[in-house]
Design a protein around this ligand. Structure first.
Ligand code: ADP
Length: 274
């Protein structure tokens, strides 16, 4: 098979794998540690709670956290052979079909697994997963701008992206760069808006008290500057941290204030894309 035939075969494989998926939406960020995975996970669960068929692809090669956030770190991925070709079955939990690059890499090696090699591995993993029919496939992207982001945006026909930022100036500069990449005419993906995570601290016993520990206007200013919507402001709370660590994302607790924030985000995104 020559190089053109190989390329065509790869394209056909990708098209087939996503042919029954309505919306492919990425959750990106300028840098790591801002809560991108937290937002991706809780958005996916909130969309599933609304009755949508949802998948979540963790392609954050530098810190895949979906296995921890869903407490499925030791679960084995099952494969299936169809027409003599091998496919992965996503794991289903909390109503979401999951696949993570974290299932396939040893933690220390992820950091040195870069560039073309990482992009190829991600493309193979995503196009060999039996997603089936989905309303939403959410991508938990690596932070920043790089090969993987471009590969997913272009080769997987990404429909839209939203960005997570914290209010501090430093995070803002990074998210601005990442947004610029997606606005490039070669990539050209709809930018749904910004989510400000850790926007303020709110104690559980005093839910009306908001403490803007990282400053108040950061993300709002960026949204205005880039003419983007500030979709949601998520507080920093002990419960988000604890539920993340225990693998029971906060959105499962319907009565919590945090779940309401994520549900509101899911509603806004669905309204923008339907
Ligand atoms: P990223 O995907 O951007 O690297 P994560 O979602 O993994 O970020 O979050 C980084 C850390 O911050 C995790 O330990 C997570 O539990 C915690 N965290 C994220 N968002 C919140 C929040 N709103 N309140 C409390 N802890 C949070």
């Amino acid at each position: 098979m020559n190089i053109f035939e190989k390329k065509k075969e790869k394209e056909e494989k990708i098209k087939k794998s996503i042919s029954k998926i309505k919306h492919l939406v990425a959750v990106g960020s300028g840098k790591g540690g801002v809560g991108k995975s937290t937002v991706a996970v809780n958005l996916a669960i909130s969309l599933a709670k609304k009755g949508f068929k949802v998948g979540l692809a963790d392609v954050d090669i530098y810190g895949p956290s979906i296995p921890t956030l869903f407490n499925i770190e030791n679960q084995e991925i099952i494969g299936k052979e169809i027409d003599e070709k091998f496919y992965f079955e996503p794991i289903e939990k909390f109503g979401v079909k999951l696949i993570s690059i974290g299932f396939f890499v040893e933690k220390p090696s992820a950091l040195i697994w870069r560039g073309v090699m990482a992009s190829n591995a991600i493309t193979q993993l995503l196009s060999e997963t039996l997603w089936g029919e989905l309303d939403y496939l959410i991508f938990d992207m690596p932070p920043g701008t790089g090969d993987i982001q471009i590969t997913i945006a272009k080769e997987f026909y990404l429909n839209a992206v939203l960005f997570v930022s914290t209010p501090q100036e430093l995070a803002i500069a990074d998210v601005r760069r990442a947004i610029n990449m997606f606005q490039n005419k070669d990539v050209n993906v709809e930018i749904l808006g910004l989510v400000e995570n850790m926007a303020y601290f709110t104690p559980k016993e005093l839910p009306n008290n908001k403490y803007y520990i990282f400053g108040k206007e950061g993300t709002k200013k960026l949204a205005k500057e880039l003419n983007l919507e500030l979709l949601e402001q998520i507080p920093i709370t002990e419960d988000i941290s604890l539920t993340n660590d225990s693998g029971n994302p906060i959105s499962l607790d319907n009565d919590s204030l945090e779940a309401q924030h994520f549900m509101s985000l899911a509603t806004k995104i669905n309204n923008k894309l339907k």
